[in-house]
Design a protein around this ligand. Structure first.
Ligand code: 5AD
Ligand code: SF4
Length: 475
């Protein structure tokens, strides 16, 4: 029997044990969209095992944390929350499970076992699919479960999933990363690159389309390496997939985008994150030619200094990055960019930082995710000598923030008076009389309209800008 069939049997067994008990679970997700997508799978599993969701940990019979370790503050958050759970467990007998990236770090799991012995289940990124078995064993034996392994397994398909949104969905297309950027912990905790079979991805998206989803985001640490590792052993690898009675050959990220673009009722396709070093022309052409693929390209810069990019092991120079942007601007009408930037990595001088500001000015991003460098145990960056003092990191961060905010304001003003087609996602969080959605370039727009418009596309005329959102009127 295959692994997922075995786990489905455990789901059934736990479901029987839990029957008629009205049990509840609460989940805390830290980190990126990949983790969010993993949490959707965890919720799917827990719900099939007979737990229903609550947002209140105080009333949870099962508490689960899905952790991230990309930056330091997540650690403080986890240990703070774990402290709170002790009291809740004493009151309710709550089962506590912790999983995700941080559990792949030995010093963390050792700390949990030593200082937080009331945690019941620890599972890692390669054992998420075994949660049913872990829960069953806890219910039966009440012995602590340590289910973390270092070797990435195969890609598992067929786990239940409970999506957090009913209009937009994330679809993981590949797991792991082979790049080893010198600041980054991800390759150590998520293992090497493994791509999902294209047929499984297409089936999942076709099912989403049937359920009424309009937008999908294809996820991976390095999406433009999709199928690259698999092709190393088998250069002629190619999958034949049928969509709307048309045949598609899929052997790369570009061919996957072209195929997904054919799926009826899916109207918008986004993807995160590509790596600039792997951004091939076929992907640029696919973005240009596929109507549904968003023209907002997330292109992580990390630093604008060629010296820093070398230290970061990014494998491109400032000029190569800028040339890539220029090439895309020439080939993709209306292309826009967003990015990730780290300030204060080891060895970063004032001059290097100025190079980052220079690239930000030249590219003119729609959105910049800014991070202060955080030393991660076990990465090359951790051991580098010339670490940047905290106060300089903060100074640089604030300077970058100022530049980015002034650019966003300027860019926002260009939207005023334009027509924008947006997917209406729901009622605005801050004003229940307004609806909200996003432009193709991922800018939030609020406007007055009938609730019936939710989950449809509308055309708006943009009337004003408010830094983090735009206001519009139905056209
Ligand atoms: N410190 C700060 N930011 C980091 N990132 C990755 N590792 C670190 C780190 N150690 C940022 C990168 C990446 C984003 C997801 O997180 O910019 O693109
Ligand atoms: Fe980390 Fe670099 Fe891999 Fe992105 S590409 S996950 S930054 S190692």
């Amino acid at each position: 029997m295959d692994e997922i069939e075995i786990q489905k049997e455990y789901i059934e067994k736990v479901n029987k044990i839990n029957k008629n008990k009205d049990l509840k679970y609460a989940i805390l997700t830290m980190g990126c969209q990949l983790n969010e997508n993993d949490s959707e799978k965890l919720c799917g599993i827990l719900e099939e095992m007979g737990y229903s969701k609550t947002c209140n940990f105080e009333e949870a019979d099962f508490a689960i944390f899905n952790t991230c370790c990309v930056r330091e503050n997540a650690e403080d958050k986890l240990f703070g929350k774990l402290g709170e759970l002790k009291r809740i467990k004493e009151k309710n007998g709550t089962i506590i499970a912790i999983g995700g990236c941080m559990m792949q770090e030995k010093h963390i799991t050792e700390k949990i076992r030593k200082s937080y012995p009331y945690v019941d289940i620890i599972f890692g990124t390669h054992t998420l699919h075994r949660l049913p078995q872990d829960v069953y064993e806890i219910l039966k034996n009440e012995e602590k479960i340590d289910d973390v392994i270092d070797i990435e397994g195969k890609v598992y398909e067929g786990l239940p999933i409970k999506r957090f949104n009913n209009i937009k969905a994330s679809v993981t297309i590949m797991y792991g990363c082979n790049n080893f950027c010198s600041y980054c912990i991800v390759p150590y905790v998520r293992g090497r690159e493994r791509s999902r079979n294209p047929q499984d991805i297409i089936n999942e998206i076709e099912k989403l389309a049937k359920q009424g989803y309009k937008e999908v985001t294809l996820l991976g640490q390095n999406v433009n390496s999709y199928l690259v590792s698999e092709k190393r052993n088998n250069p002629n690898l190619e999958y034949n997939v049928k969509i709307n009675n048309k045949n598609f050959k899929i052997n790369s990220f570009a061919t996957l985008l072209i195929a997904v673009n054919e799926i009826d009722k899916i109207e918008k396709i986004r993807f995160i994150s590509p790596h600039p070093k792997d951004f091939t022309d076929d992907v640029i052409n696919a973005i240009a030619n596929c109507k549904k693929v968003s023209k907002l390209v997330h292109l992580p810069l990390q630093s604008g200094s060629t010296k820093m990019l070398k230290i970061m092991n990014r494998k491109y120079t400032k000029e190569q990055y800028l040339n890539l942007v220029e090439k895309m601007k020439a080939k993709i009408p209306n292309v826009k960019f967003s990015t990730d930037i780290i300030v204060g990595f080891a060895e970063e001088s004032e001059e290097d930082f100025e190079d980052t500001l220079d690239v930000v000015k030249k590219v003119n991003y729609e959105q910049v995710f800014m991070f202060i460098y955080s030393r991660r145990v076990g990465t090359p960056g951790e051991k580098m000598k010339n670490q940047v003092p905290e106060e300089i990191k903060h100074k640089r961060f604030n300077k970058l923030k100022e530049l980015v905010e002034s650019q966003i304001k300027q860019n926002n003003e260009k939207y005023i008076g334009t027509k924008q087609k947006i997917l209406v996602e729901g009622i605005s969080k801050n004003n229940e009389n307004m609806l909200t959605g996003r432009t193709d370039s991922n800018k939030v727009v609020v406007f007055e309209g009938d609730k019936k418009l939710i989950n449809t596309f509308v055309t708006l005329k943009i009337t004003s800008e408010h830094m983090w959102y735009l206001k519009g009127k139905l056209y």
